[in-house]
Design a protein around this ligand. Structure first.
Ligand code: BTN
Length: 275
């Protein structure tokens, strides 16, 4: 354990967001809580346009019900809630777009090569460095105008990462790939900016971005992958489908998967996962 004081200042972050991109979102920083996603989900109705940042989480949640280890060691645990009338089908593209925007910002700020393992795991140096969890809460509304609260949670290993022994996955921390010291506030601001940028896009713009920029970030593209949902053996990952699925050439056919586990086939050990 290498505990670090939680040095994020909500007012400063809020002011910086306003100055740099004219964003009026509220920002709250809490030293310790259960999970930033869970807290925003519970208060979804009154949390529109709100960021919640924590120094540690006692019950951090990852995708597919996994645990997201969240010690007070200078890592990013951040969630944002917004209300929208966008359909659930269109919202399903958002995790991919958030991953793309975060990867772009992190890469240009710190000059590190960031890849994305479908659907939204952030990889640096071939190891998982961060992940995104998108959850929705249905709010009241009539059938024509169904409102949804979207909670996007981002975890990034900034200063530390879980040991291989604890989660049986190879993970890394961003700082290990960058010579100059980085602060948690700096990473938080980058990620917040990326999230707001994506929330301002129309669905057609999201689609265009994914079509143009996903291939360059795609960790799996044209590599052998194991997809248990399709069956035993390897397939070859062939990029994104128009609706955000992963296309896999498997037993001579092009299949599309939308959920479930996908692992790189050419490595012996598990290559990612909850960090
Ligand atoms: C994944 O499994 O890759 C997604 C991990 C998402 C973790 C973040 S940390 C901030 C937010 N709060 C949570 O409990 N989970 C997300």
């Amino acid at each position: 354990m290498n505990d670090k004081p939680f040095e994020c200042d909500a007012t400063a972050l809020q002011d910086q967001l306003k100055e740099s991109i004219g964003c009026q979102a509220r920002v709250e920083c809490v030293e310790r809580l259960t999970s930033t996603n869970t807290v925003l989900k519970r208060n979804a109705l009154e949390s529109h346009d709100k960021f919640l940042l924590a120094g540690q989480q006692s019950s951090g949640v990852g995708r597919r019900g996994s645990v997201w280890q969240s010690p007070p060691e200078g890592n990013l645990y951040l969630s944002y809630c917004f209300h929208t009338e966008t359909s659930l089908a269109d919202l399903s593209l958002l995790p991919l777009a958030f991953a793309l925007a975060i990867a772009d910002r992190v890469e240009s700020e710190f000059a590190v090569d960031v890849k994305i393992k479908w659907p939204n795991d952030l990889f640096v140096g071939g190891k998982k460095c961060g992940g995104i969890l998108l959850e929705t809460v249905s709010l009241s509304g009539d059938s024509a105008h169904q409102r949804t609260a979207v909670i996007v949670g981002v975890g990034i290993n900034v200063a530390s990462h879980p040991s291989y022994q604890s989660i049986e996955r190879l993970t890394t921390a961003l700082q290990a790939h960058v010579d100059s010291p980085m602060s948690l506030s700096q990473v938080a601001l980058l990620v917040m900016t990326a999230i707001v940028e994506v929330c301002r896009l129309e669905t057609t713009q999201v689609r265009r971005r994914l079509a143009l920029y996903w291939p360059r970030r795609d960790l799996l593209l044209n590599l052998p992958v194991r997809v248990p949902m399709l069956g035993d053996g390897f397939g070859i990952a062939r990029g994104l489908s128009l609706d955000g699925g992963l296309q896999v050439e498997f037993r001579g056919a092009l299949e599309t998967v939308y959920a479930g586990e996908v692992t790189l086939g050419h490595v012996e050990s598990k290559e990612g996962g909850s960090a």
